[in-house]
Design a protein around this ligand. Structure first.
Ligand code: FES
Length: 146
């Protein structure tokens, strides 16, 4: 014995709607569970570890040491290090001791020994790095943190 047709419709329509919605929820959950690890991977950023460079030289006040990535200057107030990477396109800067400037050989950007831009196509100042005196047991010199 089957119930009349008008009594079946609300029951079946409601069940069908429920199943369709449940299937939609399952689909969204599956897509989200697949996309989440991918998006997390794409957005992952590993913080860079500081690089410590030891300079086994102690220039006098007013002196400097040219290294591959930076130039270490020693002044009355202590040492400081300036990057040698030009902020225009990344060429390696040269130090002109007579003029006391850092000069880019590629497009002639000029910077002060403190890293301030003087002229040229570079728009930003040079980065500077922290400098500390080397521990006594390690010898004489400085540690530059890049
Ligand atoms: S790379 Fe230094 S000025 Fe262009």
């Amino acid at each position: 014995m089957t119930p009349p047709a008008d009594e079946q419709k609300p029951c079946c329509a409601s069940r069908r709607t429920f199943l369709e919605r449940a299937w939609g929820v399952v689909q969204v959950a599956v897509v989200a569970s697949l996309l989440y690890p991918l998006l997390r991977f794409l957005g992952y950023y590993a913080p860079r570890q500081p690089k410590l460079i030891k300079v086994y030289k102690e220039p006098p006040v007013g002196g400097f040491v040219v290294e591959h990535d930076f130039i270490l200057f020693v002044g009355n107030k202590g040492p400081w290090a300036v990057s040698r990477k030009c902020t225009h396109l990344g060429c390696r800067l040269n130090y002109k001791e007579k003029e006391q400037i850092l000069l880019c050989p590629c497009h002639q950007s000029r910077f002060t020994v403190a890293g301030k831009r003087i002229s040229g196509p570079a728009r930003k100042d040079l980065p500077t790095f922290a400098v500390t005196r080397m521990a006594a047991q390690e010898g004489k010199g400085y540690v530059v943190t890049l």
